[in-house]
Design a protein around this ligand. Structure first.
Ligand code: AMP
Length: 401
């Protein structure tokens, strides 16, 4: 009977579940035996469930029935599928991606009711994600009675940032009470740090800007594999323009909306988290593929805004790192949009990036010319593997104690 680990990653409109065997907690990232993804969850979207094996072959691909288009419904569908497939598999632990660890959780931790309560208290800081993450934990606790559940935090990678990059210029008492820059997407960045160490070991020891560009988007300046500064801050709303989130905005806009437009806090939250970004600017879609295919001038304007923010944050993070050795693109847009990468790199020539247009268009991993003073790369993020590794380490540490 094989001992296996399950990872569960519930995002704003998707859940990903992956099964890993015999993870020892060290060395290169482990490879999932199968990974399943339910997309398009939420009202009015076309929800689908796909499961692939380690070679990328499709094991299941189908629309989710109306009763299963919520996060919990999709998870139940995946667990049903797993129960039918997993002859003899013994799930020994479930590792979860949890967006917000707040001040207290700066390393992966085994979840119990007290931990769940503390994490639920952080829901207002990440309303698009944290409730779904925790629903995933509760569902897995029910489905796998008595099996250890391990929470892995997107904020934890950034806990080592210099104090100056962790603070807002607010009274100290607020910082001490938790109003501070946390940073997110940490599990994605850890995955890139591990993979970049394999692809380019010397560069990975240097100063690297990782552009994680997806529906949620952020960038991080990393030195010697450790986070120095990142674009998201108190919540996953800050920094870059995103699919439906506004990114950086003058806080006075919020005051204006509430005072002069009479909007409630809930209405402002919905506006900034769900109706802004690429969707709000274009009026067409939050999806980069659809914007790139659209002839609407507002769609082009939204793409331009997104790209410009990425370029400007390259400058900001280069400052935080006091120089750059390499740039890595990842995330759905970073991995797949040739046009976006070409546009960004062309505008980062001042930084020393000389784009190799043919390499970028032909699916190469290295995107810059051999003579380019700094190099740029594209790597596929694998946060599930990082969650599996963390989970194995937590279990290993528990059995040693
Ligand atoms: P993620 O949140 O990382 O899954 O990324 C989702 C985003 O990646 C969406 O905006 C997609 O439109 C975008 N994306 C995926 N594939 C492509 C592609 N081939 N070209 C442009 N954007 C893409």
């Amino acid at each position: 009977m094989a001992d296996s680990l399950l990872t569960l990653n519930a995002g704003s409109s998707s859940i990903k579940v992956a099964l890993f065997e015999a993870v020892d907690g060290g060395g290169a990232l482990p490879v999932a035996r199968w990974s399943g993804q339910a997309d398009g969850l939420g009202a009015g979207l076309k929800a689908r469930l796909r499961v692939r094996d380690a070679q990328g072959r499709t094991l299941l691909d189908g629309a989710l029935g109306d009763a299963r288009t919520s996060h919990q419904g999709a998870l139940a569908a995946l667990l049903d599928w797993h129960a039918k497939q997993a002859d003899g598999d013994r799930i020994t632990a479930v590792g979860h991606r949890i967006v917000h660890g707040g001040v207290n959780f700066v390393a992966p931790v085994r979840v119990d009711e007290a931990v769940l309560g503390e994490l639920a208290a952080l829901e207002p800081l990440a309303p698009l994600h944290q409730p779904h993450n925790l629903a995933g934990v509760r569902a897995a606790m029910k489905a796998f009675d008595g099996v250890p559940q391990v929470a892995c935090f997107d904020t934890a990678f950034h806990a080592v940032e210099p104090e100056v990059n962790r603070r807002f210029a607010l009274p100290r008492e607020l910082h001490d009470a938790g109003v501070r820059r946390y940073g997110f997407h940490g599990l994605f960045y850890e995955s890139i740090v591990s993979q970049f160490a394999q692809a380019a070991p010397e560069l990975a020891q240097g100063r690297v800007i990782v552009a994680h560009l997806g529906n949620g988007a952020s960038m991080c300046g990393i030195a010697q594999g450790r986070s120095v500064a990142t674009t998201m801050s108190f919540s996953p709303l800050d920094g870059l323009t995103m699919g439906t989130r506004c990114g950086h905005i003058d806080a006075a806009v919020v005051l204006y909306l509430m005072r002069s437009r009479g909007m409630s806090a809930d209405q402002v939250e919905t506006l900034l988290f769900r109706e802004s970004g690429l969707l709000g600017m274009s009026g067409v879609s939050s999806d980069m593929r659809e914007l790139e295919a659209s002839a609407a001038p507002a769609a082009a304007e939204a793409i331009e805004h997104f790209a410009e923010q990425v370029v400007q944050h390259m400058g900001s993070l280069a400052g935080a790192l006091r120089g750059v050795d390499a740039i890595v693109f990842t995330g759905g847009i970073g991995e797949n949009s040739v046009a976006l990468r070409e546009r960004v790199l062309a505008d980062c020539e001042w930084l020393g990036a000389n784009v190799d247009v043919a390499a970028n268009r032909n699916g190469a991993t290295r995107l810059t010319t051999a003579e380019s003073p700094i190099s740029a790369w594209v790597l596929k993020t694998d946060e599930e593997a990082v969650i599996a590794r963390h989970t194995a380490r937590v279990l290993h540490a528990a059995t040693k104690n």
